[in-house]
Design a binder for this molecule. Structure first.
Ligand code: AMP
Ligand code: MG
Length: 417
């Protein structure tokens, strides 16, 4: 049986990122939101593109103003007005200033801007009331970024700031990794969909819609293959089809020791290599991880198979703890694949048996002093009870070394949203 940490490391070692050449797509910036850059981006442009004013005021030559102050202002001739977006037709000569607005291009000859609040206008002349330093209120060409320097690295996730940067540098379309394809199947003769009429003895498949949501949140495509009965041939055909069309296959159920738990046997029969069969974790002990050779003989990246336990809470906890980091790595994201753990003060006593690393669900609450508190969800923490999972945003971790945490003591909490 693997420890949680060994299982996590093993899974990441089996996971290879998508290929930046083979698996890339070109996207407009509107389409690229949430996607992962598949190449380093450089811009052909300096930024700022040219020297421009950071304020509304007057562009001046500082050498004209070395003696200038509020008590002895210096008068300059206003040679021109430069609104934003306008190319100044000529420079300013000694003794001249240009009326200028925020974002407008500096005229040749000018080396500073005096903000309008520190001036007094009289017809075609302006009185300057302070001595500006060279480059005052000037955003110099290339100050923030020089053409050709790396702007964003391969593996960066594109959120609003990165999209603004790409737009500024006119980097569109942009190369991003395709979304990984993840097939989902639910095993179990007892299962029906949420839409089907529930007959006596049946159970509604809650795993597939929930895991589909988690897969999409991870930036992948969820291919829902539905419910597969616990019959060898049906299961074999479904898994074979899934492997042929996916980067990752996730099944739930059928990986414990019951008479109808065929998943592992079938994986081996289909040529899969079993790497993990159980993990010392609660909930979620019967976790199966296998790999299959890529159906494309020219592609060295294996297909990853996760057989998650059927119990609804176990399936979700296993996804959060083990599958999500793998999907992040697979998607080409450059760092922070693993979960985030936050140190919080537990409001209640927390208990585990000390034999398996135990995850207890609840809420992380930010306190006014900036520290976090963990509020254990009330009700049963059975792996079959998903009702008290509502509003979970953290799982308190009780390691085998520290299986008891008293109210008021700190505990590490894994963030899950
Ligand atoms: P299994 O791992 O197949 O032995 O299933 C363990 C428990 O989880 C059983 O009570 C199943 O009925 C239940 N279960 C299995 N799959 C699902 C599912 N997709 N949605 C909800 N419950 C499930
Ligand atoms: Mg089952």
């Amino acid at each position: 049986m693997f420890s949680v940490q060994d299982a996590e490391a093993k899974i990441l070692s089996l996971t290879y990122p998508l290929d930046p050449e083979r698996d890339r797509q070109w996207m407009s910036l509107d389409e690229a939101e949430g996607r992962i850059l598949a190449a380093e981006v450089q811009s052909a442009l300096d930024f700022p593109y040219w020297d421009n004013s950071a304020m509304d005021g007057y562009a001046v030559r500082t050498t004209d103003l070395t003696t200038c102050s509020a008590e002895s202002p210096v008068a300059l001739e206003i040679a021109m007005e430069i609104p934003a977006g306008y190319h100044p037709p000529q420079g300013i000569a000694p003794g001249q200033a240009a009326r200028i607005f925020t974002g407008a291009m500096m005229p040749p000859g000018a080396d500073a801007v005096v903000i309008q609040e520190r001036t007094q206008r009289e017809g075609d002349r302006v009185f300057i009331l302070e001595r500006p330093e060279p480059q005052a209120w000037v955003r110099a060409k290339g100050d923030y970024y020089r053409a050709g320097a790396p702007l964003l690295y391969c593996g960066t996730r594109l959120n609003a700031p990165e999209i603004a940067i790409l737009a500024t540098a006119q980097c569109t379309p942009v190369a991003v990794y395709r979304r990984p394809a993840v097939s989902l199947l639910s095993t179990g003769n007892e299962l029906v969909t949420p839409e089907q009429t529930l007959q006596s003895g049946q159970i509604v498949d809650s795993n597939q819609p929930a895991i589909a949501a988690l897969v999409r949140q991870s930036g992948a495509i969820a291919q829902r293959l539905g419910i597969i009965p616990d019959e060898r041939d049906a299961l074999k055909a479904a898994i074979l089809g899934a492997i042929a069309t996916s980067d990752v296959v996730i099944s739930t159920g059928g990986v414990s020791v019951g008479d109808y738990d065929y998943v592992e046997e079938i994986l081996v029969e289909l040529g899969g290599t079993l790497h993990i069969q159980s993990v010392a974790v609660k909930p979620g002990k019967p976790l199966t991880v296998a790999t299959f050779p890529n159906p494309d003989p020219n592609n060295p990246r294996s297909i990853l198979y996760f057989g998650l336990p059927g119990n609804p809470v176990s399936a979700l906890v296993s996804f959060w703890r083990f599958v999500r980091p793998a999907l992040k790595k697979l998607s080409g994201q450059s760092r922070s694949w693993g979960p985030t753990f936050i140190r919080a003060i537990s409001r209640l006593d927390l208990k585990a048996d000390g034999k398996r690393e135990t995850y207890l669900w609840g809420q992380l609450v930010l306190r006014s002093d900036g520290t976090y508190e963990f509020d254990l969800a009330g009700g049963s923490h059975s792996s079959g009870n998903l009702i008290n999972l509502a509003n979970t945003n953290g799982l308190a971790v009780l390691s085998c070394d520290r299986p008891r945490v008293e109210a008021g003591e700190w505990v590490l909490v894994m963030q899950v949203s």
